[in-house]
Write a protein that binds this ligand. Sequence first.
Ligand SMILES: [Zn+2]
Length: 280
Amino acid sequence: MRYAFLCFPGFKYKAVTLSYDDDVIFDEKLVGILDEYGLKCTFNLNSGLFAEKEGGRMMTEEQAKKLFSGSVHEVAVHGVKHLSLAEFPAAIAAQDVLQDRVNLERIFGKVVDGMAYANGSYDDKVVEILRTCGIKYARTVVSTHKFDIPTDWLRLPATCHHGDPALGELTESFLADYPENTHYVRRIPKLFYLWGHAYEFNDRNEWEIIEEFARKVGKRDDVWYATNGEVYDYVKAFDSLVYSVSDAIVKNPTATDVYLNYYGKNVKIGAGETVNIGEV
Ligand SMILES: [Zn+2]
């Protein structure tokens, strides 16, 4: 079990991240709900589909800039024109990805290297294109109904879509306490990854779905709230730890503090530090 020792920051065992697509004006109401409950989301934007002027369903570039700049949320690539990438020749697919990066990095003044596949469309060729374009993770539309830490980041599945009939049950199961273990407390970390489109809440009059989810999982001491990119960076820092053969000495060569539960012992390996965990 590759992530058996992993804790999220602050020795937490549960993390929640969200992924919402398509730069629609309803993102603003979604951001309001998420901010109220302390949740963080990655918004996947089509920079070629911004509206010319305000008043429609799509945000203008200015509206997006105002909503997301300086917010706790992440912006990520969704393709300039929302192309189903697997259907297009490689150069056209590459252009849709890379030009969206270029545009979003210009608008937001930061590195934009996350992504969600438009229409969930990808194949092995598209994954290679993303690698070449420097995309670090890309969300599919696959639901696992699980809370596993991802391992194939360019074919990233979600726990579920917000319209999934299993959402309530999954939320309860995610929040449930871990059973006590008489020998040592071994808790497997859980990531709840929720995705959708804010226009679905509006068009179907279903804002209650996300409000209820936020009420249940938000503002809790035992949950780490992060964007997709923050989860990626944290897990990659964990993956970068270097262990001595004895397992007692652990070096963290990254710029991120990493939290472990090593056979019942909470250990923080600070950025750039080497820690002797000692006998376990
Ligand atoms: Zn989309």
